[in-house]
Design a protein around this ligand. Structure first.
Ligand code: IPE
Length: 256
């Protein structure tokens, strides 16, 4: 099984509150279907999550009653994107069900812990893809918090032991510096824990769950004996499909 995260940057327009990129999301789901590989999709929240979550610091937990309506709204918006994504998967021939992370996990001081996994496991057992996503989740100590799609990827990798993990984003891979601001930035085709030390921690990704470096650290944590983690550009048509089919494509591969 291949575990795939469709980042918020490829399924939404991150600069506009709640703007679903239907065309791109649909093409990516089509590429996943066309690959014929067993997959599980996790997705980010993009502009359905980050805009409001950031404004009300939902990731810090409950500090102020003014955050409460915003937390409810962010959860609602993330679920709405979940619905749009599962409809897109179903339309492309992949039976899928959106599973809000809060229905099977809780948090304890920012750490995700399983609550009741029976339903999510049962979906997979009957051949319906359980699709989880970045969302607001209740936290036993902080009231609530944000679980990112990347954190859900780690949880899903623990549950389903994929042979490969793929992060689909809007960049070709990991760069030595920010390619949008530094003309000398070079793509790193492969990295391990050692390489990460040389990489700038600056990031232009303005989101509440951390930037590129955090994603790379999460990728390294998800590498396992014989399991690579790949970061690939989903805005280039056909690239995800080629990667899933085992072809060599422009990307960054994290190895143990
Ligand atoms: C963010 O999830 C969750 C919320 C802000 C509700 P992610 O951090 O995984 O989303 P993207 O992929 O960066 O958009």
């Amino acid at each position: 099984m291949i575990l795939i995260k469709l980042g918020g940057s490829v399924i939404t327009d991150k600069s506009q509150y709640k703007k679903f990129d239907r065309e791109q999301a649909s093409r990516l789901c089509r590429e996943i279907a066309e690959s014929g590989k067993p997959t599980i999709v996790v997705h980010g929240a993009g502009s359905f999550g980050h805009v409001l979550a950031k404004k009300y610091s939902i990731q810090n937990g409950l500090e102020d009653r003014e955050q409460i309506p915003a937390a409810a709204q962010v959860h609602h918006d993330a679920m709405e994107l979940g619905m749009l994504m599962t409809q897109t998967l179903i339309d492309n021939g992949i039976p899928a069900a959106s599973v809000a992370p809060g229905s099977c996990f809780v948090m304890e001081d920012g750490r995700i812990v399983p609550d009741n996994l029976e339903a999510i496991k049962a979906l997979q057992d009957v051949g319906i893809m359980p699709v989880t996503f970045g969302d607001v989740v209740m936290d036993r100590t902080r009231g609530f918090g944000i679980v990112s799609g990347d954190q859900m990827m780690e949880v899903m990798a623990d549950l389903y032991k994929p042979e490969r993990v793929v992060f689909v984003s809007d960049i070709d891979g990991l760069y030595t510096a920010n390619p949008k601001t530094d003309p000398d930035a070079e793509l790193i085709p492969e990295f391990d824990a050692g390489t990460l030390d040389d990489i700038s921690s600056e990031s232009d990704v303005d989101d509440v769950t951390g930037g590129v470096r955090n994603k790379m650290e999460a990728m390294l944590r998800m590498c396992d004996e014989g399991r690579d983690c790949v970061l690939v550009n989903g805005t280039v048509p056909g690239r995800l499909l080629a990667l899933l089919k085992g072809e060599d494509v422009t990307c960054t591969v994290a190895r143990m």
